[in-house]
Design a protein around this ligand. Structure first.
Ligand code: ADP
Length: 392
């Protein structure tokens, strides 16, 4: 069965065509600058790479081009071969607790949560409508970043603020990266052949979040009402004292939105170092002795270590710690710095085992109290698997 896994942004459309159950990636690519003058797309398949510039007025045109390329290059022989399209959707509020088959009514219900994810939800929905228009016979499935976290208990998802903020405005912790954390739990529990695992899942890429999972249920996660909360990230601050916001507004004359924008886009590794949000650049600068880069690395590792310790307590002792995403999968330096800071949990790194990047591996010593695994994430595959299950 061939499934398209799609992530639509406001001016982009990322796709992966996956064969299931073999999990073979048949093609993947990105349509960029949709609706702008210099639109272009890249498609990779079978060792080939197509790069073209062309006018892509809207997402439907991009989807039509994608279909033409899949047919022209015989990646599929007919449209009927594509049995389903799975869409990443950022926010499903409290209403959506599972992935779901999409139709116009459901899309309208999802639109209610656009104000909770204003940058992503409208674009995600636009992507779904483009596929509905170009491939009207194919079923579409919505896979939300938030649903996995819906098992959190009230005591963990509520903020200690006036209760009516929750009842009137929906202010609570929602959590994000749920598709990744769910994939990680599925992978590690299948590998260890246990479905009652207590896992601390650390998704650390440009964005980052931790998730405490017990037997497949989320107990707590570090992102909150928005993805700004939790650990320090590439450009996001993570948790800060909220009083900083009006204080900075007074000092600078910036509006609340502008300060929050600085916290989202100009903070984190970038904000502290002034160099870059990319951990590779920070690592290089640190190796060359840049003091702010060294400081930022320490801060970054410490915030993650603090959350791991907190979640170990919350889980009453974790069975496994997993590291994933760009930094977790690839940066042996950051992995070492994090594990150095959780020695009180009896976690011990095997430096020889840690000397690699980008694959599934145990990196802790045999006598480490909690084993630590690097588990590459695959949100596209998780979306495709959900789609297959819902359309079958
Ligand atoms: P996102 O999906 O949130 O945009 P990714 O999961 O792709 O982000 O992670 C991007 C981060 O991963 C960047 O900070 C990048 O520097 C880091 N990264 C990727 N490869 C390496 C590497 N070889 N060493 C260190 N960091 C890496």
């Amino acid at each position: 069965m061939k499934i398209l896994s799609v992530n639509a942004g406001s001016s982009s459309l990322k796709f992966t065509l996956i064969e299931l159950p073999s999990r073979e990636v048949l093609a993947s690519g990105l349509f960029e600058k949709i609706g702008m003058n210099n639109s272009q797309y890249t498609i990779k398949y079978n060792g080939e790479k197509i790069v073209k510039e062309c006018e892509l007025k809207d997402h439907s045109i991009a989807v039509s081009k994608l279909i033409d390329e899949l047919l022209d290059n015989k990646i599929v022989n007919s449209l009927e071969e594509i049995e389903g399209v799975g869409h990443r959707i950022l926010h499903g509020g409290q209403e959506f607790t599972k992935s779901i088959l999409l139709d116009e009514d459901i899309l309208k219900r999802i639109e209610k949560y656009n104000e909770l994810g204003p940058l992503h939800n409208p674009a995600n929905i636009m992507g779904v409508r483009a596929f509905m228009k170009v491939l009207p016979k194919v079923k579409n499935v919505g896979v939300f970043d938030t649903t996995f976290h819906q098992t959190m208990k009230e005591e963990n998802y509520l903020y200690p603020v006036p209760y009516e903020w929750y009842t009137k405005y929906g202010i609570r912790k929602y959590g994000f990266h749920g598709t990744s954390h769910r994939f990680i739990y599925k992978t590690i529990s299948e590998y260890l052949k246990r479905d009652n695992l207590k896992v601390i899942s650390c998704h650390i890429g440009n964005g980052g979040s931790l998730c405490a999972i017990d037997s497949g249920n989320v107990i707590d996660t570090s992102m909150g009402f928005t993805p700004l909360a939790g650990i320090m990230m590439g450009t996001r601050s993570g948790d800060i004292d909220p009083s900083i916001i009006p204080f900075v507004m007074n000092k600078t004359g910036l509006t609340a939105e502008e300060v929050v924008n600085e916290l989202n886009k100009k903070s984190g590794l970038l904000g502290v170092t002034g160099i870059s949000s990319d951990s590779r650049d920070i690592e290089q600068a640190a190796n060359e002795g840049d003091e702010k880069a060294i400081l930022a690395q320490k801060m970054y590792a410490q915030k993650i270590a603090n959350y791991i310790a907190m979640y170990n307590n919350l889980l009453n002792g974790a069975d496994v710690i997993t590291l994933t995403a760009g930094v977790g999968e690839n940066s042996k330096t950051m992995r070492e710095m994090i594990i150095d800071r959780i020695q009180s949990l009896g976690v011990k790194l095997d430096k020889t085992k840690n000397d690699f990047r980008g694959e599934f591996r145990l990196i802790s010593t045999d006598d480490s109290k909690i084993p630590v695994y690097v588990v590459p994430t695959n949100e596209e595959l998780m979306i495709a698997i959900d789609t297959m299950e819902l359309i079958s």
